[in-house]
Design a protein around this ligand. Structure first.
Ligand code: SF4
Length: 358
């Protein structure tokens, strides 16, 4: 439960104000016997003016700023490192209070002339997909809602440019950290002011939480990492599908659409000779033909950890286009090939592994 009064002044345990809602900040200032409007003001400094310190909150008195400096901190994250790609994608490495590190990526979307942030919901991941660098490092911890949201604010603080789209496609399986991710979504909507339609949550297929999320009737987009049109191949590529089976997953996606009326995004990584054959494209078309969805094909990106190259391979460009053409023709759905960003700095899909940045 939220503690409003300062409990400690030690740097490690100071409460962070980034991540508090306007109502909580108002409660906090009232508990300090400050005028209530100062809560709104602090909220605006944090979420719309992206200040990096209390000292920049110029409508607070010097005494008030000093008090905040002594008893609170602004952000739960500190920037550990940053890399910029030749295509201007930026990868951030953030340090949490306990020293754990997580990554986020900022991408420029030419088609909308805006920026999108790919954020992490967990440090590491327990799902262990063999094509994913995060899967290799294993599960470390769930992030708190403020640690999730502060990745967006941290990027805005650093670049001074607004983020318009959020994708939960960084490290972790968001639906295995359901409560904190849901809290973060509400904060992103209400405090960061990014509408639900601009938020995408990507899951490997955690069926009970897909159904739970459907009940929230949020306007967010659900993206599902399908990666195979049959149970056997999917078990190889998304190990959690041994528990959450393909048939049941498809049923949950129909349920999600019925409840939310939101078209689903199907993510399909293309791996040479594993799931890129023409018959797999036909099978996939049959599987999704009645689902309101569009399909994102993701040609595999090499994962290189400690110089151990993954044995998985990216299909040739010819195979990728053949797969797309069969899928499009047979399913009559929109199929896109995801444009890779930040591949040179290991910021592309599936490459986030907290590698030391130099
Ligand atoms: S692809 Fe997603 S679910 Fe699979 S291991 Fe990577 S982060 Fe986890």
């Amino acid at each position: 439960m939220l503690s409003l009064l300062p409990m400690s002044t030690s740097a490690e345990t100071k409460q962070s104000l980034s991540g508090l809602k306007e109502a909580d900040l108002t409660k906090l200032v009232k508990s300090l016997n400050w005028p209530a409007f100062k809560g709104k003001s602090i909220h605006s400094w944090i979420y719309t003016k992206w200040v990096s310190s209390f000292d920049e909150m110029s409508d607070l008195s010097i005494k008030e700023r000093q008090f905040l400096n002594e008893h609170y901190k602004l952000s739960p994250l500190s920037l550990a490192d940053k890399q910029t790609s030749t295509d201007k994608t930026i990868k951030y490495l953030w340090k949490l209070e306990d020293g754990t590190v997580v990554e986020s990526v900022r991408m420029f979307l030419e088609e909308h002339e805006s920026y999108s942030a790919c954020i992490s919901s967990q440090a590491g991941c327990a799902v262990g997909c063999p094509f994913c660098a995060t899967g290799y490092i294993g599960f470390k911890k769930n992030l708190k809602a403020n640690e999730i949201v502060d990745q967006i604010l941290g990027i805005q603080r650093d670049t001074k440019e607004r983020i318009s789209n959020i994708v939960f496609m960084g490290q972790g399986e968001p639906l295995l950290n359901y409560d904190e991710v849901l809290k973060a979504i509400y904060l992103i909507k209400d405090s960061v002011s990014i509408g639900g339609r601009k938020i995408t949550v990507s899951t490997s297929g955690i069926i009970p939480q897909i159904k739970k999320l459907a009940e929230e009737k949020l306007q967010i987009t659900l993206a599902v990492s399908l990666h195979a049109p049959d149970q056997k191949t999917r078990e190889l590529l998304v190990p959690i599908s041994k528990k959450y089976r393909l048939d049941d997953l498809m049923e949950s996606l129909h349920y999600y659409y019925e409840k939310t009326n939101r078209r689903i995004t199907i993510e399909y990584i293309l791996l040479d000779e594993l799931n890129d054959q023409p018959e797999k494209a036909t099978e996939l078309s049959n599987l999704i033909k009645d689902l309101h969805c569009h399909i994102n094909l993701i040609p595999y990106n090499m994962v290189d950890l400690d110089n151990n190259h993954s044995p998985l391979k990216r299909p040739s460009s010819e195979k990728i286009h053949k797969f797309k053409q069969i899928l499009e023709t047979k399913s009559k759905k929109k199929v896109t090939i995801r444009r890779e960003r930040g591949e040179d700095i290991a910021a592309a899909c599936g490459q986030l592994a907290n590698k030391a940045l130099n």
